[in-house]
Design a protein around this ligand. Structure first.
Ligand SMILES: Cc1cc2nc3c(=O)[nH]c(=O)nc-3n(C[C@H](O)[C@H](O)[C@H](O)COP(=O)(O)OP(=O)(O)OC[C@H]3O[C@@H](n4cnc5c(N)ncnc54)[C@H](O)[C@@H]3O)c2cc1C
Length: 316
């Protein structure tokens, strides 16, 4: 029979929310483990520039979360690379079974800090060319488009910021925006307007892409008239970056927690869900502002709530 590891707390996800929860759990002397499926740091490692984390005037995402990881581990946090595939609760609701790629944990409490993954734009050919001309990460793939044209799909903050970042490599950056305006913060939108390498095609979406191994054509749709037109160029001479929002990693708790209409986990201000002992923190949670600073804050609150729930002394 498989070995079951017993813990006070299992934290699912090693992004800013999970790392802050791990830090606060360590300080409350909880026997906790943080499980990360892919790369410690979460979505933040996808971004090259972070300018809005208090007391850190300008940094890249990787350096910021690496400092978070180091600080949590220095305080005793245990971070393990395992993918959580299931979370269930026993009939008396006193213990959670957390099943992972490598085994299972019995946990008195769980904090879901699984964040979110990029949403697909939904055009024909998107899956086929993902990683072969269609990208969701400018920091990872921007350098492959040195001197080339790139289309950036989306009109929010992430799309605009990543479009600006891509001007370092691309000869030309064209924002593809469904609406007739940008949804980015005013200061970011102004940088888009003022950058000579960036242009915006409003009321436009991508209907389909095609090519051989790499992209060679893209068909655009005018969202106001429905008219289509196709642009062709040499295979591999351009790329498409998609930044149209993110899908919350809430499926693990869909039977244990209430979700809002966009699939985010509903919590109270202590990060508690409707199942006692189950908490959620960070981008996976239903809330107004999804940023590093609010994810870290959620993680701190969630771990402190766990400590209180387990009858441990709490910070503050
Ligand atoms: C391109 C881009 C640029 C951004 N720029 C900024 C910025 O400049 N400033 C800012 O404040 N915010 C920025 N953000 C937003 C910020 O990254 C998020 O708000 C923040 O990362 C949320 O943290 P989190 O811990 O809730 O989730 P995440 O960062 O998504 O971390 C969740 C972690 O959980 C892991 N996980 C998920 N499911 C499982 C599972 N089943 N088992 C184990 N592990 C799992 C994931 O692999 C991931 O590592 C940006 C986001 C993107 C995508």
């Amino acid at each position: 029979m498989e070995d079951i590891v017993r813990k006070d707390l299992v934290i699912v996800g090693g992004g800013p929310a999970g790392l802050a929860a791990a830090l606060y759990a360590s300080r409350s002397l909880l026997d906790a483990v943080t499980l990360e499926q892919e790369a410690v740091g979460g979505q933040v490692i996808l971004t090259n520039e972070v300018d809005n984390y208090p007391a850190v005037p300008h940094t890249d995402g990787y350096s910021l979360v690496e400092a978070m990881r180091q600080q949590a581990e220095d305080l005793g946090a245990s971070i393990v690379m395992e993918r959580v595939s299931d979370i269930s609760v026993d009939s008396k609701a006193t213990s959670f079974r957390v099943t992972t790629s490598d085994g299972a944990y019995d946990a008195r409490t769980v904090i879901l800090a699984g964040g979110a993954t990029p949403r697909r734009a939904g055009f024909e050919g998107e899956e086929r060319f993902a990683g072969h001309g269609v990208s969701y990460c400018a920091t990872c793939d921007g350098m492959f488009y040195r001197g080339k044209r790139v289309f950036v799909v989306g009109g929010g903050n992430s799309a605009c910021e990543e479009a600006l970042f891509l001007t370092r490599f691309a000869s030309e950056v064209i924002l593809i925006v469904r609406k007739d305006h940008l949804r980015a913060q005013a200061s970011v939108a102004r940088q888009i307007e003022e950058n000579p390498k960036v242009s915006v095609r409003y009321q436009t979406s991508i209907a389909s892409v095609d090519g051989g191994e790499l992209l060679s054509s893209v068909t655009f749709k005018d969202t106001s008239t429905g008219a289509m037109h196709t642009e062709r160029s040499d295979e591999g001479s351009f790329g498409i970056f998609v930044f149209v929002g993110r899908v919350p990693a809430s499926s693990l708790v869909q039977k244990l927690a209430d979700l809002d209409e966009t699939g985010h986990v509903i919590t109270d201000e202590r990060m508690a869900t409707r199942t006692p002992g189950l908490f959620a923190a960070g981008d996976v949670r239903s809330k107004f502002l999804r940023q590093i600073v609010t994810a870290a804050s959620d993680g701190a609150v969630a771990a402190t709530s766990v400590a209180a729930y387990l009858g441990q002394p709490v910070e503050g």
